[in-house]
Design a protein around this ligand. Sequence first.
Ligand code: IDC
Length: 353
Amino acid sequence: MSASTAYTFTVRARDAAGNVSPVSDAVTATTQSNGGTPPGTTPAAINGRLKVCGVKLCNQYGKPIQLRGMSSHGLQWYSHCLTGGSLDALATDWNSDVLRISLYVQEGGYETNPRMFTDRVHQLIEMATARGMYALVDWHQLTPGDPNYNLSRAKTFFTEIAQRHRGKTNLLYDIANEPNGVSWSRIKSYAEQLIPVIRAQDPATPILIGTHGWGSLGISDGRNETDIINNPVQATNIMYTFHFYAASHDQEYLDALNRASDRIPIFVTEFGTQEASGDGPNNFTRTQQYLDLMAAKKISWVNWNFSDDERTGAVFKVGTCNNNGPWTGTTSLKPAGVWIRDRIRTPDSFPTT
Ligand code: IDC
């Protein structure tokens, strides 16, 4: 088709559970061919700018949706797993809606070279965008666990990210991975200092806030979601994050997610099918219970992680990244990778048990 050929096409959006929407919901777009993928057929093009609506995440038409996808490993260690080929596979073989870009702050991450790491995040946002995925920018603070320790770094980083990318409609900002050893009120204070700085650049991108007890809604600290419900962050278009590792976190955590998601907007920005170490045996039965709950409630999720480290939770076999693939299909995948790829690709094949 020539570059000037205009055509009309109709896409039927894949919704939360991966269902193709009824024709009445179909989006009709008229555009010009550029010889590539028709605009309007990718998750980011179909759903457009996201917005928190009540306790859900909604697309540009105000319809609740669920995003599913993968988190990178730490960019300081596994950046080489994020290539044109691997991200093509994530977008078109895995059918992932979202890439979480995991920028560790410590442990050899951002603080050691802010310029280089910020540039790499810019590049990965562009790579996700070119493939029609949402880009979830993860400020992966972890040790120390009090996000206030990195507040001034976070202001610098997010100011530049938000200023550069505010024209895009496919971003999400995760401002504090897994706060730990810190009270909810201190996390809230951090969020209320950082959010206005981001909003000054970018008023529209949803902002995700880590919860106490390593993103457990406080459960790992012997607390619970009422700390947040009774003292919410004073800002709009925000969500709270929940993380779980299915072989370590059982019914008490599942119950907390179930309760809290009726009261506050939740995004599961990280989970594993194995133990909290990201290693050890997979518990797929328990994970499926979480996935069923998240599908029923349209809670978006991101799995840890899209790398080839030696742990069971890294989806690729050791050596895949240095060999530059193969990235598609299942030959390079560990068991957790085979399992989670299926749930991202064809979630409806795994109905509630
Ligand atoms: C792990 C990495 C591992 C790294 C460790 C410390 O897999 O290579 O040495 O972090 O940084 C989390 C964290 C995430 C962890 C992951 C698995 O958000 O950084 O990754 N996990 O332990 N929370 C619960 C589990």
